[in-house]
Design a protein around this ligand. Structure first.
Ligand code: NDP
Ligand code: GDR
Length: 325
C-alpha cells in the first residue's frame, strides 16, 4: 500500500487543525508548514485544543519563500498537498492589500510551482472562497456563476483559483479547487463575525461585558461547520479526476439572525446589548451569499450535516467554558 503523506500549509489555522485531525484518523502521516513566530506556543493553540500537536510534524517556512517550500517538499515527497495558508481576514485586506496579494495570491502560485518542480504527481487542493463571487451575479452561486471580487482578498483568491485551474489544464496536475462558503467552529479566529458574536454573548452572559459592537448586520452568509467542510476537501483529492466544487449548506442567514440565535442560546435577546458601529462597515460589501453544492453531493457524496443552530450553540458553550477557566 502506498504511504499516505499529507502536507498542509496553514496547519495552525481553523481548517488546518480540523483537516489534520481528519487525516490522522484516516491513517495519514501529517506534515504542516508553520511560520516562525516569537510566540510559538500561541501559534499551535488550535492543534493543542484538539490534542494533536504531538501527532503532526511542523516545518518552519513561509508561503512567500519558494525556496523553503521546494526544500520541504523535496524532503517529504508528500502524496497530497492542501494549500490553506492565507491572509484570510477580508477586512484586513484593505489595510494590507499588498501583503494579502503576496500571501493569498502569489503564495498559491509558489506552492503550485514547488509541486510542479518537485512532486508533480502529488494531488493538490486550493482553498478558494465564495468571496470570489462578490457582487452577486446570480441569486444562488454554483461552479458556473461568474466571479466579481469585491476586496483585495477576493481578488487575490481569484488569481490563486485560476492558477490552480491553469496548472491542471497546462501540466495535467491533479489540482482541485474547493469554493468554500463561510465555515465556522469553536476554533474560528475571534475577528470573524460568528466567533466575535459567540465570544461577546458569553462575556455578556458572565457579566464581563455589557455590549456587542457590530457593523453591517444585514449582510447574509451561508454558514456551515469547519468539521464538515474539511471532509469535502479530503474527498476532492480522493477522486480519480481533479475538479472544482462549491461547498455550502444551501441556507443563508443575516448576521442579525445569527446573532439572535447566539443570544437566545443563553436565554438573552440582542436588543439591550447590540450596538451598530459605523467604523466596522467595509469599503465594499458582499451583501449576500448562498451556495448550491449539488455537484459536491452528486460526485463526492458530500453534504453539510451540522446546522447553524447546533454550531452556534457549540461555539457559545466553548466560549463560556474558556472564559470560566
Ligand atoms: P485561518 O485564518 O484560521 O488560517 C490561516 C492560516 O494561514 C494560519 O495557519 C496562518 O498561520 C497561515 N498563514 C498566514 N500567512 C502565512 C504565511 N505568509 N506563510 C505561511 N502561513 C501563513 O483560516 P481558515 O482556516 O479559516 O481558512 C483556511 C483557508 O481557507 C484560507 O486560505 C482561507 O482564506 C480559506 N477560506 C476560508 C473560509 C472560511 O470560512 N473559514 C471560506 C473559504 C475559504 P498563523 O497561525 O501563523 O497565523
Ligand atoms: P467574511 O467573514 O468576510 O464573509 O469572510 P466575516 O465573518 O469577517 O464577515 C461576515 C459578514 O459579517 C459582517 N459583519 C462583521 N464582520 C466582522 N468580522 N466583524 C464585525 O463586527 C461585523 N459586523 C458585521 C461583515 O461585513 C460580513 O458581511 C470569511 C473569511 O473566512 C474568508 O477567509 C472566507 O474566504 C470567506 O468567509 C468565505
Amino acid at each position: 500500500m502506498t504511504e499516505k503523506k499529507a502536507f498542509i500549509t496553514g496547519i495552525t489555522g481553523q481548517d488546518g487543525a480540523y483537516l489534520s485531525q481528519l487525516l490522522l484518523n484516516e491513517g495519514y502521516e501529517v506534515h504542516g508548514l508553520m511560520r516562525r513566530s516569537a510566540s510559538a506556543h500561541v501559534a499551535t493553540n488550535r492543534l493543542d485544543w484538539l490534542g494533536i500537536t504531538r501527532d503532526v510534524h511542523l516545518h518552519d517556512g513561509n508561503l512567500t519563500d519558494l525556496s523553503a517550500l521546494i526544500r520541504t517538499l523535496q524532503e517529504l515527497q508528500p502524496t497530497e498537498i492542501y494549500n490553506l495558508a492565507a491572509q484570510s481576514f477580508v477586512k484586513s485586506s484593505w489595510q494590507q492589500p499588498l501583503l494579502t496579494g503576496s500571501v493569498t495570491g502569489m503564495g498559491a502560485a509558489n506552492v503550485l510551482e514547488a509541486v510542479r518542480i518537485v512532486c508533480p504527481e502529488a494531488r493538490y487542493y486550493q482553498a478558494s472562497s465564495s468571496e470570489m463571487y462578490g457582487l452577486i451575479q446570480e441569486p444562488v452561486q454554483s461552479e458556473t456563476t461568474p466571479f466579481y471580487p469585491r476586496s483585495p482578498y477576493a481578488a487575490a483568491k481569484l488569481y490563486a483559483h485560476w492558477m490552480t485551474v491553469n496548472y491542471r489544464e497546462s501540466f495535467g496536475m491533479h489540482a482541485s479547487s474547493g469554493i468554500l462558503f463561510n465555515h465556522e467552529s469553536p476554533l474560528r479566529g475571534p475577528e470573524f463575525v460568528t466567533r466575535k458574536v459567540t465570544d461577546g454573548v458569553a462575556r455578556i452572559k458572565l457579566g464581563l461585558e455589557s455590549e456587542l459592537r457590530l457593523g453591517n448586520i444585514d449582510a447574509k452568509r451561508d454558514w456551515g461547520h469547519a468539521r464538515d467542510y474539511v471532509r469535502a476537501m479530503w474527498l476532492m483529492l480522493q477522486q480519480d479526476e481533479p475538479d472544482d466544487y462549491v461547498v455550502a449548506t444551501g441556507r443563508t442567514t443575516t448576521v442579525r439572525d445569527m446573532c439572535r440565535i447566539a443570544f437566545e442560546h443563553v436565554g438573552l435577546t440582542p436588543d439591550a446589548h447590540l450596538v451598530i458601529d459605523p467604523e466596522l462597515f467595509r469599503p465594499a460589501e458582499v451583501d449576500v451569499l448562498l451556495g448550491d453544492a449539488s455537484k459536491a453531493k452528486d460526485r463526492l457524496g458530500w453534504q453539510a450535516e451540522i446546522t447553524l443552530e447546533d454550531m452556534i450553540a457549540e461555539m457559545v458553550d466553548a466560549d463560556l467554558a474558556r472564559l470560566r477557566q
